[in-house]
Design a protein around this ligand. Structure first.
Ligand SMILES: Nc1ncnc2c1ncn2[C@@H]1O[C@H](COP(=O)(O)OP(=O)(O)OP(=O)(O)O)[C@@H](O)[C@H]1O
Length: 384
């Protein structure tokens, strides 16, 4: 029996759920449907002791499936309309792809009001909770480990952008969406905002969603998403990996708060090496670290067409292709922050939040630092 017929049969026996869910699920293939009971058993009735995380859409539990395999079980909070859309997107996008640098979706559960995603369990948490987690993690990130992480993420993205048909734009590349396995190899997670790029399309027009600090300016302003927006986010993320700090830190002196702006300043003064994480106690290859920082700057250039493709980025990182030293000014977050953002309900300067992370890393919306929460903008215009 094909996975598709298995899914259709199982879905038709399930309690009623919205027509959009039935329709979308029936187009997904290669996906296993779990019963709620199976997942309850796997997590000891969703015991708090098995809870490993909390995202904008609900809680994540560690569970042991029948056969002994560990899984990360993501339970969507009830009543989250936006969450249902993302739930379906995630299933449709990720069930069709497989790569060593992408998190694997084992299956899902749609029973009554329950919407649950089941992934392979990735042992070492996310980059935001470990590398950027203000000393909460005991993991050590050597220079070799950091290069492996950057190259792995770049390979995963190059696969999505260039090998999968139709191409996939992730739209929310950021530190909390990079999970690390037992060998600290990276897995890109969270495909809830992903967009499929129709063949021959130059861009997809969409509501702007993503995370401030990682959003490419042209995408934030016009809502036209291309793969270059992911490449910009990747550039910001790689700066964080090399420097060991978050892209925005309001506790630092003005002028150092925005990581990309600071990197550009150091590049212009030929002092890029000063950005490298001091936690490595100088134990890194300075030439290679500066090369990685230059590649980040190439990826974050203001003009999207100047940003290299992800396959070129992989080749630059691995030394197959030389790094072009002709780098133009990045599209800066401070310019982006000058935008006036209005949500549908017309309250000035508010974000329509669809997801916020659980990071303890000076990221929360309430602390006034919005840099690491996933947001959706419904209307954006320039401040006059
Ligand atoms: N496959 C997985 N394996 C192990 N842990 C996971 C897995 N997926 C998620 N987690 C844990 O659950 C946490 C919450 O994940 P989730 O994707 O729901 O939210 P987030 O990415 O942190 O935030 P946001 O919803 O704003 O994107 C992660 O930070 C991670 O610690």
């Amino acid at each position: 029996m094909s996975c598709f017929s298995f899914l259709s049969r199982r879905a038709s026996r399930l309690p009623r759920h919205p027509a959009e869910v039935d329709e979308e699920l029936s187009s997904a293939y290669n996906i296993h449907i779990y019963t709620y009971k199976e997942l309850r058993n796997a997590t000891d009735d969703f015991s708090p002791s098995n809870k490993i995380g909390e995202g904008g859409f609900g809680s994540v539990y560690k569970g042991r499936l029948k056969g002994g395999v560990f899984a990360a079980i993501k339970v969507l909070s009830a009543g989250s309309k936006q969450g249902v859309r993302e739930f379906l997107t995630e299933i449709n996008v990720i069930s069709s792809v497989e790569h060593e640098n992408l998190v694997q979706l084992y299956g899902c559960c749609v029973e009554g009001d329950h919407r649950i995603l089941v992934y392979n369990y990735v042992e070492n948490n996310s980059l935001s909770q470990t590398l950027l987690g203000c000393g909460h993690s005991s993991l050590q990130f050597s220079w070799r480990t950091r290069t492996k992480i950057c190259i792995g993420i770049a390979r995963g993205l190059a696969f999505l952008h260039e090998e999968v048909r139709p191409h996939i734009i992730h739209r929310d590349i950021k530190a909390s969406n990079i999970l690390l396995d037992k060998d600290l190899s990276p897995k890109i997670a969270d495909f809830g905002l992903a967009k499929l790029m129709p063949p021959n399309a130059t861009h997809v027009s969409t509501r702007v969603a993503g995370t401030i600090g990682y959003l490419a300016p042209e995408y934030a302003i016009r809502g036209q998403v291309t793969r270059k927006a992911d490449i910009y986010s990747f550039g910001v993320l790689m700066l964080e990996i090399v420097s060991g700090r978050c892209n925005r830190n309001s506790k630092l002196p003005i002028g150092e708060q925005d990581l990309l702006e600071r990197t550009w300043g150091l590049y212009e003064r030929a002092e890029l090496v000063m950005l490298v994480d001091t936690a490595m106690d100088g134990d890194f290859d300075a030439e290679e670290a500066c090369k990685f920082l230059k590649i980040s700057l190439l990826c974050t250039q203001d003009a999207p067409k100047l940003r290299p493709s992800m396959s070129t980025v992989v080749k630059m990182l691995t030394g197959e292709v030389a790094v072009n030293d002709d780098i133009t000014k990045p599209g800066l977050i401070s310019d982006f922050m000058d935008l006036k953002v209005r949500s549908n309900d017309d309250k000035p300067s508010t974000y329509n939040t669809v997801s916020s992370g659980s990071d303890q890393n000076d990221h929360s919306m309430s602390s006034g630092n919005t840099s690491c929460a996933t947001i959706t903008f419904t209307d954006i215009s320039y401040r006059s």
